[in-house]
Design a protein around this ligand. Structure first.
Ligand SMILES: Cc1ncc(COP(=O)(O)O)c(C=O)c1O
Length: 341
């Protein structure tokens, strides 16, 4: 077994999840027959503080379904330039929804409400119509957006009749960091996507939540995208445990990330971005340029540790349910050996 620090997407379903999946009562969900999916969607809507929710195969599909359901072709969407929808969803918003993305440069990925306001198009025969703002929380740079910022952006959007979607792939990490219920975050959104996979350990699946009429329309759009699933209660059974049990333990991953950040920063030549340690991610740089990406990735791999190579010189190690404090101590010892510190 490798220690896998590449992401929280690598988490394995727990033994309880595997048992629940084996025993799940299922039905054809396209007919609306699957009681386990229905139970998951009801619980997910409640936890998100929304009227309704829909189970989707991935976070990407949840985000794209939101964009598709909120907008019409030709509309413009405002969002941060490094957000997942912009950078990591293959340009799907333009392909699927025919919208243009108006990106804003945030401060450490956090949009300023005044920049969102300035990016809204005025009524003009030449302009696309701005109809949607997308936020992200937690950010994939490991930071959590303060509630006051979300509230201010939501207020700007509402003043201008725009819908607000939240990419909350790691919504419960953000909630744990802010020490609030998830619904206190989603109060500043019309729709939210959150992942049951990632830190919550379900093998597959995400949720899109919003008003009943929004989710009714999203259900049809999900079918259009080929995302209507049949006996998906097998997967929803794991999702229920993700929501009921695994949301409660994310603070452990966060504590472990802080522990890892502290231990890494004790290594000479390792510069940890301590301000970015809000959730389960640790970002750092190596001062010695002679240590190549390959040297560290292969060196750690040979010692049973998987990490991704650096992105523009920045390394990211991620804690998760399958990474213990002992694993972190072992990783630190291996790092010291490889970089000669
Ligand atoms: C912020 C964010 N949004 C959306 C997604 C998409 O989730 P999925 O990989 O399930 O499509 C990810 C995945 O890493 C993510 O980090």
């Amino acid at each position: 077994m490798y220690i896998d620090l590449r992401s929280d997407t690598v988490t394995m379903p727990t033994a309880e999840m595997r048992k629940a999946m084996a025993e799940a009562i299922v039905g054809d969900d396209v007919y609306g027959d699957d009681p386990t999916v229905a139970e998951l969607e009801t619980l997910a809507a409640k936890m998100a503080g929304k009227e309704a929710a829909i189970f989707v195969p991935s976070g990407t599909m949840g985000n794209q379904l939101a964009v598709m359901t909120h907008t019409r072709r030709g509309d413009e969407v405002i969002l941060e330039e490094n957000s997942h929808i912009v950078v990591h969803e293959v340009g799907a918003a333009s392909v699927i929804s025919g919208v243009s993305l108006r990106t804003i440069k945030g401060i450490n990925g956090i949009m300023r409400p005044e920049d969102v306001e300035a990016a809204i198009r005025e009524e003009d025969i030449h302009h696309p119509e701005t109809t949607l703002v997308c936020m992200e929380n937690a950010l994939s740079n490991g930071r959590v957006v303060p509630l006051e910022t979300m509230r201010a952006i939501y207020n700007v959007a509402k003043k201008n009749n725009l819908a607000v979607h939240l990419d909350g792939a790691r919504l419960f990490n953000a909630a744990a960091k802010l020490n609030v219920e998830a619904e206190e975050i989603t109060a500043y959104t019309d729709s939210v996507m959150f992942c049951l996979s990632k830190g919550l350990c379900a093998p597959v699946g995400s949720i899109l939540a919003g008003s009943k009429s929004f989710i009714d329309r999203a259900k049809k759009n999900r079918k259009l995208l080929g995302g209507g699933m049949r006996q998906s209660g097998i997967l929803a059974a794991a999702g229920l445990i993700a929501l009921k049990e695994m949301t409660k333990r994310l603070h452990i991953d966060h504590d472990n990330a802080k522990y890892m950040a502290d231990r890494l920063s004790e290594i000479p030549g390792v510069k940890v971005d301590m301000d970015a340690v809000d959730i389960n991610m640790v970002f750092f740089r190596l001062e010695n340029e002679k240590i190549s990406d390959c040297m560290l990735v292969k060196g750690l791999y040979d010692k049973g540790i998987k990490v991704n190579s650096a992105s523009k010189g920045e390394w990211r190690f991620v804690t998760n349910n399958d990474v213990t404090k002992e694993d972190i101590d072992y990783t630190i010892a291996c790092m010291r050996e490889i970089i000669g510190a």
